[in-house]
Ligand binder design. Structure first.
Ligand code: NDP
Length: 402
């Protein structure tokens, strides 16, 4: 029985709160704090109808002293950071100051440079170790479950692994001309940067979204989709931590309609993070675009179809070359019926709950700052189905080299 504080009441945070509330035997008291308290209160009011109690608070997580004060008042055992990557370091500081374990789903990136990497958070290793606290980095779906899938492949499926291709397919349709499935600013910053993958100790770069191919996913409703190579944050830690790895890449599906909108927005400068002066006021185009686009949390009622996210791993299994796909399928409508969210926020918001459970039960208590593949995958993988993210393994053809 343990007290948890969730920071961030957006699309993903609301899933995390609702999922924690399904497991009172693990989370004895649930707090939700965010910049806009009314969003926390709306989620709490909704859950109150089901007889579930959520405590709420207003918090600017950029403000370390204010966060420390709140943590001292609440005294949670673990903080789940579902705000934005910009808040990672301030929340880690506040956890260190108050003796609270830390979990997030996206690595730190400075606001003024569209560049995410782990170096800023890995720099906290020694301080967390000395404080006897555990920080789990990137405990969403990708990163998060994909890292655990890789650790599972290493531990149980292969004698040695050679390549990993992480495949993220969203075959859902929300009926809007253009929308992103999670925070538009973070999402567009990620997609519009140069592609990057790791091969034999070297990072190789590609023009944004220039490398693509069709892939037949193992679900009739997802079927064959065009997958595009992107850089994604888990590549950085997996390239370091998976033994014997020769190559790792990340691929995501996009519709032609999505890519056409994105190209036009980029061409006219709407995805830029450089401020422009408009009528004497500095405006950051991508922040203005975020204000125009649908709130991802509002897409839930209309989204139909499925997601399929998994790891296609090749290597040697029982002495023979083998290729295995470990994956989860989520149905947007089923996610909405259960937690009032589309499947992207669902798949991102449930894993931090499963990760927090491993901390609270002691299975993953290990002072320091860790990526998910560094932990024993078994307790986490065993719990995924119970918490709503069942997974399976099938034989599948490997992807060709680029
Ligand atoms: P949203 O924009 O919907 O929600 C973010 C929430 O954080 C909002 O409630 C926002 O407040 C709050 N917030 C922002 N700044 C602060 C602050 N300074 N102090 C307190 N609260 C703040 O984003 P999403 O829910 O879509 O995404 C949340 C996180 O999940 C992101 O970091 C994203 O990268 C990550 N993610 C991870 C995935 C994975 O699989 N690993 C997949 C998808 C997302 P306000 O309501 O006032 O705006």
């Amino acid at each position: 029985m343990s007290k948890v504080l969730i920071v961030g009441a957006g699309g993903v945070g609301s899933v995390t709160v609702r999922k924690c509330a399904q497991f009172p035997e693990v989370f004895s008291e649930i707090w939700l704090a965010s910049r806009t308290k009314s969003r926390c209160d709306a989620i709490a009011a909704d859950l109150a109808i089901e007889g579930k109690v959520i405590h709420t608070a207003e918090l600017d997580a950029d403000d370390v002293p204010a966060t420390v004060k709140l943590l001292e008042r609440i005294q949670p055992r673990v903080l789940l950071n579902l705000a934005l990557p910009y808040q990672d370091l301030t929340l880690m500081e506040a956890c260190l100051a108050t003796g609270v374990h830390y979990v997030d789903t996206a690595n730190y990136e400075p606001r003024d440079v569209a560049k995410f990497e782990y170096k800023w958070q890995w720099a906290y290793r020694e301080r967390f170790e000395k404080a006897g606290l555990t920080a789990l980095l990137g405990c969403g779906f990708d990163p998060g479950v994909t890292n655990a899938f890789c650790a599972h492949a290493v531990k149980h499926l292969f004698d040695e692994i050679r390549t990993v291709d992480i495949l993220d397919a969203n075959a859902g349709d929300h009926g809007r001309p253009f929308a992103t499935n999670f925070n538009p600013e973070i999402n567009i910053r990620e997609i519009t940067q140069r592609g990057r993958y790791w091969e034999r100790g070297e990072w190789k770069e590609t023009d944004p979204l220039s490398l693509h191919m069709p892939y037949a996913f193992p679900d009739a409703q997802v079927a064959t989709r065009e997958i595009y190579l992107l850089f994604h944050e888990e590549l950085e830690s997996l390239a370091l931590n998976l033994p014997g790895l020769e190559r790792i890449r990340f691929w995501m599906t996009f519709s032609q309609n999505y890519l056409t909108h994105l190209r036009v927005l980029e061409n006219v400068g709407m995805t830029s993070i450089e401020p422009v002066i408009y009528q004497g006021t500095p405006v950051i185009p991508i922040e203005f675009l975020k204000a125009l686009l649908p709130d991802p949390a509002s897409l839930g009622p209309d989204t139909k179809g499925k997601t399929c996210i998994g790891c296609l791993v090749t290597g040697v299994r029982n002495g023979q070359e083998s290729s295995q796909f470990i994956y989860n399928i989520c149905d947007h409508e089923a996610c909405y019926r259960e937690l009032k969210s589309q499947a992207i926020s669902y798949t991102a918001g449930v894993p931090p709950v499963v990760g927090a459970k491993q901390l609270l039960t002691g299975a993953w208590l290990r002072p320091g700052v860790w990526n998910i593949e560094q932990m024993d995958p078994d307790p986490f993988m065993n719990d995924l189905g119970l918490f709503g993210l069942p997974w399976q393994v099938v034989e599948a053809s490997p992807l060709m080299a680029p």
